[in-house]
Design a protein. Sequence first.
Length: 202
Amino acid sequence: MLYGTAIIFCCVVVKECIALNATFCGKYSCPSFTIDFEKEGYDRRFYTSAVWVGTSSSGGYDQATNANYKKLKDYLNGNNVDNKKIPMGIPVVTMMFPIGGLKVLDNFTTFFFIQPSSTPAPAPNDRSVFIREVEPKHMYICEAPSNISTVAEWVTEANNLSRAINETVINEPSNAPKYYSSFFFTAHYNGPHRNDQYKELW
């Protein structure tokens, strides 16, 4: 979940984790971050600026995210103005908007991380694909069960994360967090057929 506060770029670093070397990134390039706040069940990370390629599709979760994945893979495979092949970066991140209960809006935006060595990223040929440079951000993040797969399960995890963050407000007012509850991100770090899948909720 995105940390929403006026002083968003200030942090006291208590543990550093350069994501290129994070175990869950494996052989792939990941955005670099530091961890400045840890609690049971979640942590708050400070991500440096990063470039992502994204696209959106409407419909059911599986249908929309599969369509997004294909378009983004096409971009990496050379469907861009430079006909350039770009190495795959992780995580694969999908944005969801809760609308009540265990449901979300039937519109999903998926992003692939573009590793720094591949920037500036070439413009996509597909007009539904876009490049976005994200400024440094604080993010609240928790690990998700490896077998999570449905919208309802992701919303449940998002509710659990919100509850854990809100408990910090009650027990530690000086660390009172602020975040956007109107959306969240799912993050996949390896392929769907791996037995050791690592997933997070942002």
